[in-house]
Design a protein around this ligand. Structure first.
Ligand code: ZN
Length: 85
């Protein structure tokens, strides 16, 4: 029997880090119920960047938008409402 923590497909380190990053952002943004804008203490994952990530809830698009305070790094995570409840 295979160990559950041992995925059959090897996920690149970057992808694992990115999904952890996405997870942390979702947690921060939706934690103590939705603040419109949250300054997190999550570090930007861009190499050499020491910026911190802030999040914004986009209710119209059912998404979390995030951006770095220092560089142009930004993005959005869709479907966050599905993860609540
Ligand atoms: Zn950055």
């Amino acid at each position: 029997m295979k160990n559950r923590e041992d995925p059959p497909i090897k996920i690149p380190k970057e992808a694992r880090e990115f999904s952890a990053f996405i997870y942390l952002i979702s947690e921060a943004a939706t934690g103590d119920f939705p603040n419109d804008h949250v300054q997190t203490d999550i570090r930007c994952f861009k190499k050499g960047c020491h910026g911190l990530i802030s999040t914004q809830l986009d209710f119209d698009n059912n998404a979390i938008k995030w951006e770095c305070s220092d560089c142009q790094n930004n993005g959005s995570i869709g479907g966050w409402l599905d993860n609540i409840n």
